[in-house]
Design a protein around this ligand. Structure first.
Ligand code: GDP
Length: 175
């Protein structure tokens, strides 16, 4: 017997976080497996898709990468509305960006349904020597707030695939 065609399910995913934490680079690493040392700043938001295979299902992420600049912050609800998952990114070498991530998480938890998967992501782990936010601190915060937690490097690719795989596994099933 021939195996059935895998079913494709679509999920909207949004990236949030301060400017320069590496949101665009994470999306480019995940979607194209590339890294650019000079990544053009995102104006407003950018859109890309990428899929992961999960058992007999193809999970297709429709990814919205938002601009981190404060002047675009009021636009963010337009992008996270209807999202199944949110990746909130900070830079492990920048303590302020971790505070920024916490403030994004508070906002998301206040307005999004409780089944939305929120993944706290500490990026730039290739810069371990300059780390300011310990894994333990961030992991503890994620546990207390029932978030997925992952550390990544968009530059080396470490953790990036795993991040999106874990999100795919956590998503509520669509029938
Ligand atoms: P965004 O504003 O959050 O979208 O950040 P970008 O993706 O534009 O990245 C900001 C800067 O950080 C760029 O110069 C990137 O090359 C750099 N960057 C992004 N991810 C990493 C990473 O994992 N490691 C290192 N060393 N630099 C990174």
């Amino acid at each position: 017997a021939s195996s059935p065609l895998p079913k494709t399910v679509h999920y909207k995913l949004v990236l949030l976080g301060d400017a320069s934490v590496g949101k665009s680079c994470l999306v480019v690493r995940f979607a194209k497996d590339e890294f650019y040392e000079y990544q053009e700043p995102t104006i407003g938001a950018a859109f890309m898709t990428q899929s992961v295979t999960l058992g007999d299902e193809i999970v297709k992420f429709e990814i919205w990468d938002t601009a981190g600049q404060e002047r675009y912050r009021s636009l963010a609800p337009m992008y996270y509305r209807g999202a199944a998952a949110a990746v909130v990114v900070y830079d492990i070498t920048n303590k302020e960006s971790f505070d920024g991530a916490k403030s994004w998480i508070n906002e998301l938890k206040a307005v999004l349904p409780s089944d939305v998967v929120i993944a706290l992501t500490g990026n730039k782990i290739d810069l371990e020597a300059s780390r300011c936010v310990s894994t333990e601190l961030a992991e503890g915060y994620a546990e207390d707030n029932a978030l997925l937690f992952k550390e990544t490097s968009a530059k080396t690719g470490e953790g990036v695939r795993e991040l999106f795989d874990e999100i795919a596994r956590k998503l509520p099933k669509k029938s």
